[in-house]
Design a protein around this ligand. Structure first.
Ligand code: PHE
Length: 472
């Protein structure tokens, strides 16, 4: 259990590249894919949203994923330590990531608890002709139940992280992620083959650009960061357990790939069912907890589908929240203040306490608002997803593009002969520490390198900054 309490050289590592990919994709695949993405598609004009999301994903998300993992593998430390190795003045960027982790962990596990409640009720029905809107409101506004389910979810999260990188996170991700994919495909096949299911498919794939507004683009950027776990150091921490021999580029790009497939599959699994039974696709956040249970009730084999669906949600939420927790734990263990067991215990107690106000913000504490009328829960979500993650992304791009080892730059080197005439002229990117890290000192190919550099230096900071300012 104390294996990653040692010096960075012999700190814990993934046992295989597959293990890393499952854990990192597990971090990315979460409520963002299964819950937020389908309702954003429903509200923002179907594939019109998908197209905008895809553009931002490819041109901003993917390059930043590579950048974040690169810093982690270079530093072989937690986010504060790794940023600190680039420049001691950048430690605050890593520290901001840790703060973001605490904020995310104050509300994300609350939803994990809701999922447990619905999973339980997939086995034990809510009663005759249930009114799901009422059930959801009553449950979330109860003074005890949301805290109890939060506690159970937090315990699961705690146990996996306390077991360590290889024996906990990697082992459980390798089971939960493939299971999640299989379950999702089963649910998708079931719903597409429903009567009227194809109408739902048409809704998803027929773009309605009249629904696209400035807010759609904001939502899409926020979703790219949230869904890819970008900007708080979760991927950086996972990258720090990668071995120096791994192919960083290849392992990194499989994460957004899996993340997007799951988001699309989830949409395909949910929308046709909503249509087939005459519900509205624009239900928003309530889609999963109010609309879907009603859909499952009417569907042949519905209770079975409900059980496997909420199991899928549980796996997805767990593999994401363990990655949030691991960033915080790695900071304490790297500092050698505490061993893994005590570090995980301490952080878990703190985040459980932070989670209680969020869990109660639909009931007892619903009259407390922070940002312009937003409840505690919504404020934490807003602060993390719309402010801190994109800001972390801007800083990440600036660090890699402009600061780390002189930044990414193109140089023309002229060697002159004795007469002062140019003898050798070489043009090219300076092979700095960052590019050496990605290519394992030039032994691996880095496809699209020039495009990547251009995006990291210019496109990502400018685009995200513009949207960010607009957001505020
Ligand atoms: N990517 C996760 C999801 O889609 C959420 C997450 C954000 C996880 C940030 C870790 C860090 O649900």
């Amino acid at each position: 259990m104390n294996d990653d309490n040692n010096q960075s050289a012999n700190r814990a590592h993934w046992s295989s590249t597959f293990g890393f990919i499952m854990a990192a994709a597990g971090s990315a695949v979460g409520l963002g894919n299964l819950w937020k993405f389908p309702y954003l598609v429903g509200q923002n004009g179907g594939s019109a949203f998908i197209v905008i999301y895809a553009i931002l994903l490819v041109f901003i998300g993917v390059p930043l994923v590579i950048a974040e993992i690169t810093i982690g593998r270079f530093g072989q430390l937690n986010p504060v330590g790794s940023y600190g190795l680039i420049s001691p003045r950048l430690k605050w960027v890593g520290a901001m990531g840790l703060v973001t982790g605490f904020i995310l962990l104050s509300f994300y596990p609350v939803v994990g608890g809701w999922i447990l409640y619905y999973l339980y009720h997939s086995f034990v029905a809510f009663g005759e002709n249930p009114d799901y809107a009422k059930i959801f409101t009553e449950y979330t506004s109860d003074p005890y139940w949301p805290c109890i389910t939060l506690l159970i979810f937090s315990l699961m999260n705690y146990i996996i992280v306390a077991l360590g990188v290889e024996k906990g996170i990697e082992k459980y991700s390798k089971i939960m992620m493939p299971a999640l994919l299989v379950i999702l495909i089963v649910v998708a096949i079931r719903t597409i083959t429903l009567k009227n299911g194809l109408e739902g498919m048409r809704f998803i794939f027929q773009p309605d650009f009249t629904k696209v507004t400035g807010k759609t683009i904001l939502d899409a950027v926020g979703q790219v960061f949230f869904s890819l776990s970008l900007g708080m150091g979760a991927l950086m921490t996972y990258g720090s357990y990668l071995s120096k021999k791994d192919n960083l580029f290849k392992s990194s790009i499989s994460i957004p790939f899996i993340d997007t497939i799951v988001a699309l599959l989830a949409t395909v699994a949910i929308m046709p069912a909503v249509f087939a039974f005459g519900f509205k696709p624009t239900a928003g956040p309530a889609l999963i907890f109010i609309t879907l249970p009603a859909v499952f009730d009417q569907m042949p084999m519905g209770s079975f589908i409900s059980i496997i669906f909420f199991t899928l949600m549980l796996f997805a939420a767990l593999t994401s929240s363990i990655s949030m927790l691991e960033g915080l734990v790695s900071y304490i263990t790297d500092k050698r203040h505490l061993n893994r067991f005590w570090a995980t215990t301490l952080v878990s107690v703190v985040i459980f306490l932070l989670g209680i106000p969020c869990a109660l913000s639909f009931g007892k504490l619903s009259n407390i608002t922070i940002f312009s009328g937003k409840s505690i829960f919504d404020s934490m979500d807003f602060l993390a997803s719309n402010i801190l993650l994109p800001f972390g992304g801007i800083m990440l791009a600036i660090c890699v593009g402009w600061i780390w080892d002189g930044g990414l730059r193109y140089e023309t080197i002229i060697v002159r002969n004795q007469k002062g005439n140019p003898d050798v002229v070489t043009n090219g990117y300076v092979f700095n520490t960052c590019l050496k890290e990605i290519t394992n000192h030039g032994t691996l190919n880095f496809p699209f390198m020039s495009a990547w550099i251009f995006i990291i230096k210019w496109v990502a900071p400018i685009v995200v900054f513009t949207i960010f300012i607009d957001n505020l």
